[in-house]
Each structure stands twice: as structure tokens, then as C-alpha cells.
Design a protein around this ligand. Sequence first.
Ligand SMILES: Nc1nc2c(c(=O)[nH]1)N[C@H]1C(S)=C(S)[C@@H](COP(=O)(O)OP(=O)(O)OC[C@H]3O[C@@H](n4cnc5c(=O)[nH]c(N)nc54)[C@H](O)[C@@H]3O)O[C@H]1N2
Ligand SMILES: Nc1nc2c(c(=O)[nH]1)N[C@H]1C(S)=C(S)[C@@H](COP(=O)(O)OP(=O)(O)OC[C@H]3O[C@@H](n4cnc5c(=O)[nH]c(N)nc54)[C@H](O)[C@@H]3O)O[C@H]1N2
Ligand code: SF4
Ligand SMILES: [Mo]
Length: 734
Amino acid sequence: MLFGRGKKNPIKLVDKHVVDWKYATCGYCSTGCAIEVGVDADGKPVTSRGVADADVNRGKLCLKGIFEHELFDSAGRGLKPKMRAHWHEPWQDAGWDAALDKLHDEIRRVQAKYGPDSVAIISTGQMLTEEFYTLGKLTRGLIGSNNYDGNTTLCMSSAVSGYKRSFGSDGPPGCYEDFEHTDCLIAWGSNLPEQHPIIYWRMKEAQEKRGFPLIVVDPRVTMLAQNANLHLPITPGTDVVLMNAMMHVIFKENLHDPRYIEANTNGIEALAASVEKYDPVTASKICGIDEDTIRVVARTFAKAGAAMQIWTMGINQSTHGSDGVVGINNLALITGNIGKPGGTSLSITGQCNAMGTREWSSCSGLPNYRALEVPEHREEIARFWNVDPEFFPKKRGMFQTDIYQAMEAGQIKGLWLIATNPLSSLPNTARIRRAMEQLEFCCVQDCYEDTESAQYAHVYLPAGTWAEKDGVMTNTERRINRVKPVTAPPGEAKPDLWIFNRVAERFNREGKVSFPETAGEVFLEMRELSRGRLSDISGMDHALLERNRGVQWPYTAEQHARGEAPPAGGKRLYTEDGKFSYADGRAKLIPLPFIDNNEVPDEKFPVWLNTGRLIEHWHGRTKTGKIANNNKFSPIPFIEINPALAEELGVRRGDYVRLVSRRGDAVAMAQPTQRVPKNMVFLPFHFHDCANRLTLGLLDPHSRQPAFKQSAVRIERLADQPAAAKLSMEMRKF
Ligand SMILES: Nc1nc2c(c(=O)[nH]1)N[C@H]1C(S)=C(S)[C@@H](COP(=O)(O)OP(=O)(O)OC[C@H]3O[C@@H](n4cnc5c(=O)[nH]c(N)nc54)[C@H](O)[C@@H]3O)O[C@H]1N2
Ligand SMILES: Nc1nc2c(c(=O)[nH]1)N[C@H]1C(S)=C(S)[C@@H](COP(=O)(O)OP(=O)(O)OC[C@H]3O[C@@H](n4cnc5c(=O)[nH]c(N)nc54)[C@H](O)[C@@H]3O)O[C@H]1N2
Ligand code: SF4
Ligand SMILES: [Mo]
């Protein structure tokens, strides 16, 4: 025997008696892994595996994807529609007709009493694209409230705003294959190995082959930072200062690309003048990165043949979120790193279909990146949907974060929440509670009935989730892929598309507007609306998407007719000179003066509160809190705390502490670690009634995205540890 060790017991895999494998795309993060779910002879989903020939994940899945089939019959799923007259009364089971009639009647009642925009509709990044499009048509074309937005305001809105300001349109220009061509990668506020494990794996493989430098900007020593060549532990909220200083060095040392700037951009003079005062010495005092490191990073980036930047919530969730994205784009543009292999500015999106909602939901405008502000766009869509163009508002309505403030002020009286749980995910829970209490009517449409937000609902609609439904999703690299129904929703729950179509019938009694019944038909309608636009999908259909394991947009009918195999042309955007979405085809270089407007630690609240995620959990844990193999890794709230700070506070590993901010307090277990500096704690926001009791969430002026990652707290060791342990167990909820 090899190694002479004698006979070993062979590893036995449990035979799950799979008779068929069904195709889907993972419903957690935006990586977009292709999954096959194994079903047994009774049609029960029993296991999941990665699809071997899918370009995105090449057979791999992370810890969430592997156990995803377990959510189909997990605890807390909604099985029946429910109603009640007041939110503090017990629920009564209701039939679908009664619940949907109530939703229609209450929306019209509130609108009649307080005006059309007094009803808000808040959607998500976690439905299928055909569902987004249908909800958009229903809201914009029939219901007619302009206060229609998504949880993407908590997530991608800074990226959207920054792309629009720099390039004239949203749409991430790069792809995962860029890792295989890049000569330098900067990751801004992104913890790839935990939050996008399979993108990380693609990056790591490429890096091991070619050895390009990885530079990580993050105040924590994240898993990604541990793998970096250079880690820049930046002072929270000051990334824009570092970007300006890097540009300062690049211009001073003539490392920019004049040919590219000349051919493709406007605004170089103003930008160069504005970064003049951000010399590395001055900048280092604000952003906490020493001047030599700033110079080294600027040179490494600018001198690389192709240089790439990725970023996630460390940039977007800030009072300078949109500016941070523009800063990244500025750096890319002045060095000619857009649209070329390995040279790009790639926003790593969050939710599985955060891109689909940006493209098709009509939340901030009209389908396929059309704007309410453009008369031709309103005309075009009105004609296509057979509605009166005058019915459309002439500018976008409130962002989600502003909707809550309007609710608190009593301006918004009706709310329809779809696949989002603001009572867990919005900053400053106490204010969100007060806002929800002002409502005359609230409907929650969720695949789980035990969400925090459902406490305030008058109608609950049980929805299917993920592969109980049929449609498509778009991932971070603009790849549209299929989700096919593996199983039916439990009990009387229904796919969201079915629900929207039934609601539409009630607002569309004369049948003026057509609402196709199946996702396949909806996709064909969307395809027509995409012709000739940046996000052109006219060459695609559901079958082609599955065959290719996803196709990146654009993929046009002409390409398809010419027989060009996907992803021809769709890998990257802005590959040619003068192809940006502004009228003159040029991108904009935009100066970014920095004003310090964060809540910062002071004597009373001396510690930064940084919040974010863990690999094993998903947001408010409606899903992962009930899947044993995810939940067991971190079943209760905890903080990462520096050992020196813990010692000063008399806190030992495993002690419970109270965190106090100007908004409220929360209890968590202390886990001392060098991952965080002495003046910061990191609190995952996954736990019930915890992190967002503390956060302030000041808003970015352009994107209205909250600064979830910058608040100030004080920490107290709790005297009564057994009582604290009990409280903490209660906060497990599930
Ligand atoms: N396992 C898992 N994966 C997920 C999710 C999940 O819930 N669980 N959610 C998905 C979604 S919707 C999203 S949006 C993404 C989020 O993905 P990420 O953004 O990668 O995750 P976060 O943990 O929110 O934040 C990333 C990092 O930002 C850092 N940061 C904080 N302040 C600053 C700052 O001022 N500057 C910089 N440069 N960095 C800062 C934090 O220390 C943290 O390490 O993850 C997606 N993937
Ligand atoms: N402190 C702090 N707060 C944060 C963040 C942070 O980093 N720190 N990150 C923010 C970010 S980036 C995000 S994206 C938000 C996420 O915030 P939320 O959107 O509130 O998060 P989820 O818990 O994913 O909520 C999704 C809801 O939809 C339900 N659902 C899932 N699939 C379906 C479906 O197919 N149909 C229907 N009808 N329902 C479905 C789930 O059960 C769940 O209740 O949180 C934000 N909040
Ligand atoms: S990396 Fe994201 S898409 Fe892939 S299996 Fe994990 S959660 Fe799903
Ligand atoms: Mo997100």
C-alpha cells in the first residue's frame, strides 16, 4: 500500500438516491454560480452540486450554495395568505382572492385619501428579472406611485450613481476573466473570500498563476487582507482622500495615460487642479495610510500594464459612497484602465439579482436603464405598455431611505414590502419601528412568515423563493443565467410572478395592459425593449441561456443571426474609444473635494462600530438561520474586538458585552482578535435586533445609501453574565 499504512476504510458518500439533476443559478450572492439540485424518486430535492461546465464556478460552490436545497422545507416558511385588521392583532388565515382584493382596495383607498404617492412599494435584489419587470409595469403603468424603490439603496445605489456620473450609464464594464489578464488588483472595502467565495477562488487561481500584486484597502485585517501583498488599514470613511492622493502622485510623476485621457474623457484640468492639494503627507494625516505607502500603491497601480479595481460595501456604504465610486473610475480613466482585458473598474454586486433589478425593475426609472426624466423614454415605454405617457412621473421618486423618513413624518401611509426586511436591515431600528407604526396599511410578501417586518403587516402574502420559481438573474459580470423550478412552493405559497399577475388583474380590469403569464413570455417582451440599448439582450432566450450556462449582455439579435457564439462582444463594456454613454461618447473626470461629515468616535463613544457579513450567514438569516450547517458556525451575535481593548475593559473571550450608541444598545459576545484595530469593533449585522439598533446611517448625498460602516459606540462588560447569555440566546430567534 502507498505509505505502507495498511488498509484504510474507504470514504463512503451517503447515497441520496438522486434520480434527476435540475438546473438553477444560486440564489444567495451575486457571483452567479450554476447549481444542479438532485431530486429523488419522489421529486424531493435532496442535494446540490456545482455545474462542472459553467464558466463562472466550474463545478464549485460555497457553503451556502451546497446546502441551498435545504431551504425549501425550512422552518418559518409561509404556507397561507393571512390578514388582520390591526398589526397588533393575531393573524387570520385568508384565501388568495381575499388577500389580493384587500391589497388592491387598501392601495386605492390610501391613494384616494392622501394622494397617489402616499403608497410606497419597496422591492429587492432577490427576485427573478421577469418578476422585477412585471412589478415595474404594474407599479409605473397601473398603480402610479412614484415612491417605488428597492433594498438596493442599502447596497448598490452608490455604485449605480458613481457609474452614471463617470460613464453616463450604469453597467459594470468588466468580468471575472479580467483577473486572468490583470497586472495589479486593488480591492476597496471588499471581503471577497467570505462574501463572494467563488469570485475569490477565480481571482486566487489567476493570482497564483501569474503573481500580480493584490492591494487591499480595508480597516480590518479581513481574510482577503491576509492574502494581500499590501494591506492598507484605512481610517473609516476616508477612501476618497486616499484616491485623491494616489491621483496626485500619478499626475506629479507623469504616470497617467495622456492618449487615453485625450481620446475618451472630459474634465482633466479640473481634476488635476483638485488633487493638487492632496499631497501624500497631508492625505496621510486624514486617511491614516503613511505617505510612502500611498506613493508605492499609486506607482504600482499606474505602472501596471493592465490594472483592475474591485470594490463592495466598504466603499458604497459611506457618506462618500458615490464619490468613492467616481474616485475609482477616475483612477481607472486617467491610467486608461477601462474596457481592456485586466484593466477595469468592477463593482462586485451583492444580492443574487441586484443587477437584474438595476436593469429591469423600473425602480429608479423605466426598463433597461431608461430614465423618467427623458420624454422619449416615457413615450417609448408608454406606447409599448399601452398606457398614457402622462401617467408617468417626470422624475424619479424617493429612495428607500427617504421613504422611511417620509413615513415617519406621516406623508406615506401605505406600504407594500416585497422580499426585503427593513426592520432588520435599515439603520437605526428604533426610528424604523416608529415609521412602521405610522402606517394605515402594510403588506409583506415574503417566502418566510416570521420576518421582523411582518410584525407590522395587515396582509401577508406567502411567496415561493429561488428554484421554486422560473426566470433569470444577472450576476456581477452582467451574465444572465437561468433559474428553473426544482420544486413547487410549499403549501399555498405562490411564485412572485404569479402574485404580481393576480394583483395586476385587479388594477387592470379593462385589460388595457398585457401581462404575460409565464417567465418565458415575459423574457421575450423584455428582449424587444432591449434592442439597440447598452444592455441589449435581443439575441437571448431561456433555452440559449441554459445551454451556455449563462450569457453576458450585450448579446444582440444580429450577433445571434450571424452565428456568433455567446459571449461574443459581451465580456466587456467601453472597449473602443469614444464609446461611453454620455452624448459625446466621453467619460467624465470629476473632482472630489472631501468633507469629513461622519459620526466619529469621541470621549463618550470612543470606538468605531464597523458592521458587515460572515461567510455562513445571509443578511437577516431568514434562510441561513434555519439551515443547521450554516447556523452552527455563528448562532449568536458576537463582536470582533482587539485584545488590548478587551483587556482594558476587563473583557475576556466569551464574555457578553453591551454596546451603546446614541441610538440604542445591543448585547453581543466578545471574540478578541487582531483582525480589528484597538479603536474599532466589527459586528456582523445578521442577528435579530442587534447591529442596526446602534447604527446611524447618515446618507450619501447622491445615492442616499446609508453609512452602515461608520458609527461610534462605547462598550461595557455586563456584570450579570448569565442574564446576558439568556438575552443573547433569545436574540437567536430561530
Ligand atoms: N456570506 C454572505 N455573502 C454575501 C452576503 C451575505 O449576507 N452573506 N451579502 C451579499 C451582499 S447583498 C453584499 S452587498 C455583499 C457585501 O460584500 P462586502 O462588501 O465584501 O462585505 P461587508 O462585510 O459588508 O463589507 C466589506 C468590508 O468593508 C470594510 N469597510 C468598512 N469600512 C470601510 C471603509 O471606510 N473603507 C474601506 N475601504 N473598507 C471599509 C469592512 O471592514 C468589511 O471587511 O456580500 C454579498 N455576499
Ligand atoms: N448594519 C448593516 N446593515 C446592512 C448592511 C450592512 O452591511 N450593515 N448591508 C445592507 C445591504 S448591502 C443589504 S443588500 C441589505 C439587505 O437587507 P434585506 O433585503 O432586508 O435582507 P434579507 O434578509 O436578505 O431580506 C430579504 C427578504 O426576502 C425574503 N425572500 C428571499 N427570497 C425571496 C423571494 O424569492 N420572494 C419573496 N417574496 N421573498 C423572498 C427573505 O425571506 C427575507 O425576508 O441589508 C443592508 N443592511
Ligand atoms: S459564491 Fe455566491 S453564488 Fe456561489 S455558491 Fe456561494 S453564495 Fe452561491
Ligand atoms: Mo447588499
